[in-house]
Write a protein that binds this ligand. Structure first.
Ligand code: SAM
Length: 330
């Protein structure tokens, strides 16, 4: 079991399937020139499978597949189906930009997927293109509709961007209420080289909740499960949808952090705000390697897991680590 000196237990793995993405979101991957990792540096699905096997042995109960855009990698849905078939009780989740979902929902259902997190930062087509660089709002909406029609649970992730999408709060509240989905506002985090984060575009969670409360009465929900995550959720009066906030900057949840992240090139990161990485790939690619070696690497990494908020407090620039979100997986 991976328990560190602060008593934190790792039970959740976020695995980045690819660093490639079809969108260029201004908060995630701001550079105009972007060099993708060469394919041979990316873990194969076989290697990812082994990684999940070992993570399970180490006590991981929940795995989130993210990216880049996970659906941009060929073979992703068969990989999901294989994982689900081997570990039916594993809490298997996906975070996607939703642009490649329509037409694949049946296949996803058959692969065992019942719930998706879909990123959508605006409900306006032109603004969507301004934020992401691509005119794909209609594709995302079609993907959401297809998931809901197939009975899947959908959570919407909105990066809270002051001066960009704060004017759309009433529309997002209606969206959550009318569609019966969770809409979660994630505080903009100063992650990655040349991050566009600034005090001017940072919209803190407490201000978001206060602004929603001016629109509708909210009722805070207490999540019971250990793996329910850091979102603070509120039921909206008069509908089945919920609004939530993830206060990664203003109110850190380092004491209860239960996560490990593995990048698509096989680097283990114990903290979103730290660039310290552990090389899982070179162990996986050593023909003589053993499960024990991977478990020992996990244990060592976990012992060195920092309290990330301290790194955030100490940062001197508008970024807290070098790798972009698209490489880390959010
Ligand atoms: N392509 C997928 C997607 O768009 O959801 C998965 C990868 S994306 C990096 C994962 C999540 O990280 C998304 O919900 C995205 O909005 C969020 N994200 C990316 N950069 C962020 C930042 N600087 N601050 C807060 N959230 C961010």
């Amino acid at each position: 079991m991976l328990i560190d000196s602060h008593g934190r237990k790792v039970s959740y793995l976020r695995l980045s399937i690819t660093d490639r993405c079809n969108l260029r979101c201004l908060y995630c991957r701001p550079q105009s020139e972007w060099v993708f990792l060469p394919h041979e540096q990316i873990l194969t699905f076989e290697e990812m499978f082994e990684l999940v096997d070992v993570a399970k042995i180490a006590g991981v109960e929940k795995v989130r597949l993210t990216g880049g855009e996970p659906f941009a990698r060929k073979g992703f849905i068969p990989f999901l189906a294989r994982l689900h078939a081997k570990y039916p009780s594993l809490d298997l989740r996906i975070t996607t930009n939703g642009t490649m979902l329509a037409g694949r929902v049946q296949e996803l259902r058959e692969a065992g997927v019942a719930c998706l997190n879909i990123s959508l930062d605006t409900l306006q087509r032109a603004k969507f293109e301004e934020i992401t660089g691509v005119d794909a709002y209609g594709l995302v909406r079609a993907g959401i509709d297809a998931c809901l029609a197939a009975g899947m649970r959908v959570k919407i992730n909105v990066v809270a961007l002051k001066g960009i999408n704060d004017d759309e709060l009433p529309e997002f509240v209606d969206f959550a209420r009318d569609l019966g989905v969770d809409v979660r506002f994630i505080e903009f985090m100063p992650i990655g080289y040349q991050s566009r984060w600034s005090r001017d575009n940072y919209w803190p969670a407490k201000d978001i909740v206060a602004a929603v409360e001016e629109l509708v009465p909210l009722d805070e929900v207490r999540e019971a499960s250990r793996n329910s995550g850091p979102a603070k959720m509120y039921r909206i009066a008069g509908g089945s949808g919920r609004i939530g906030v993830i206060s990664a900057v203003s109110n850190h949840f380092c004491e209860s952090c239960n996560r490990f992240r593995v990048t698509s090139d096989g680097k283990l990161r114990t903290c979103l705000f730290s660039d310290k990485e552990y090389d899982v790939r070179s162990i996986l690619r050593d023909p003589q390697h053993s499960t024990q070696e991977l478990l020992e690497l996990f244990a060592r990494a976990n012992q060195e897991k920092p309290m990330g908020y301290r790194l955030l407090q100490d940062r001197q620039t508008n970024q807290v680590c070098d790798r972009a979100m698209t490489a880390i997986g959010g």
